[in-house]
Design a protein around this ligand. Structure first.
Ligand SMILES: Cc1cc2nc3c(=O)[nH]c(=O)nc-3n(C[C@H](O)[C@H](O)[C@H](O)COP(=O)(O)OP(=O)(O)OC[C@H]3O[C@@H](n4cnc5c(N)ncnc54)[C@H](O)[C@@H]3O)c2cc1C
Ligand code: SF4
Length: 280
């Protein structure tokens, strides 16, 4: 395998596609390559050319989660989401851009089963072990999106600037369909460059986990209040980060037998998040 070190984002973009894949911190991509779950002929190391750091409301996609969790200028929901994600070592290497593009943690998918999301006929989780899986959007694939950071950014109304376009973070994601089983709308030769994160009046991120550290969200709830009202977004409940129109929308969830408990956790966390972001 070849490792390319481009000297500009233009050079990096030109090198992407046709078997060339972007490498940032490598905390997600390297294990996927090792397990044969991702394929690449060439890795394009983008860390040196990605914008990095915080400038007002703009965050470079190459900024690490550790840098974000320690910056007092970053809205509370995003800082909390970063500090509750992964481990200190992973947060020191993992970038915010890479976090948004991480693959599902569904154990069938990670073990290489020929399940629906891998192009097969059947979702094994729905009939099998699925206690960590989805309560929304789970008709074809019942995986649960693992990004705490994506939920926080969606609640905050953040937008992305890529090498091709500007878009709300929520539009980076799409539920997989029979025709296109990808869960993001990013093109193979498109790089995320920056995020624009408006400052809220108040925000929070609450995460239920099997243990208090280094655990993926069973349910993560982000809430952000601005002059337009309160926006809610959830991690760990659907194949993509899930925008929740209101607390009542949890009544429309479609849990599997083993994920019904998540609805009750979500109700409790949404109530707490709304309380903590309401005007005092
Ligand atoms: C054990 C473990 C526990 C974890 N726990 C959590 C958790 O609790 N919560 C949570 O939210 N996350 C968690 N994570 C995910 C972790 O935060 C991500 O692995 C990390 O942020 C990915 O960033 P990276 O820079 O290492 O990405 P890489 O591994 O370099 O890349 C990941 C993917 O994104 C693409 N990519 C990277 N940057 C860009 C860009 N700028 N533009 C376009 N494509 C890009 C790569 O091509 C690749 O497909 C965990 C990860 C591990 C391994
Ligand atoms: S939940 Fe999705 S990734 Fe997991 S087995 Fe079902 S189709 Fe595959």
């Amino acid at each position: 395998m070849e490792l390319l070190r481009p000297s500009s984002t233009e050079e990096a973009t030109a090198a992407l596609g046709n078997g060339s894949v972007a490498l940032a911190g490598g905390t997600e991509l390297v294990p996927l390559l090792r397990e044969g779950l991702a394929k690449a002929d060439r890795l394009v190391h983008i860390s040196a050319v990605l914008p990095r750091g915080v400038d007002g409301t703009t965050i470079g996609a190459g900024t690490t989660l550790a840098e974000l969790e320690a910056d007092p200028e970053i809205p509370q929901a995003l800082r909390e989401a970063c500090s509750l994600a992964a481990s200190p070592q992973l947060r020191s290497m993992g970038t915010v851009g890479g976090n948004l593009l991480q693959a599902t943690r569904c154990w069938y998918w990670r073990l290489g089963f020929d399940c629906w999301l891998h192009g097969g006929e059947k979702c094994f989780a729905k009939d099998g072990a699925h206690r960590e899986h989805a309560i929304f959007g789970n008709e074809l694939c019942a995986s649960a999106h693992p990004s705490d950071i994506a939920a926080a950014l969606i609640a905050l109304g953040a937008t992305l600037r890529t090498t091709k376009r500007e878009l709300p973070v929520s539009e980076l994601y799409r539920l997989p369909t029979a025709d296109d089983r990808d869960v993001t709308t990013l093109a193979p030769d498109e790089l995320i460059l920056e995020l624009e994160v408006p400052k809220p009046e108040a925000s929070t991120y609450l995460k239920a986990m099997d243990r208090r550290k280094w655990s993926f969200a069973l349910v993560g709830v982000a809430a952000a209040r601005s002059s337009a009202g309160v926006r809610l977004a959830l991690a760990g409940v659907a194949p993509i980060p899930w925008t929740l129109d209101s607390a009542a929308a949890l009544d429309d969830s479609t849990p599997l037998p083993g994920t019904a408990y998540k609805v009750e956790i979500a109700r409790a966390l949404v109530r707490r998040a709304l309380e903590s972001t309401s005007p005092k």
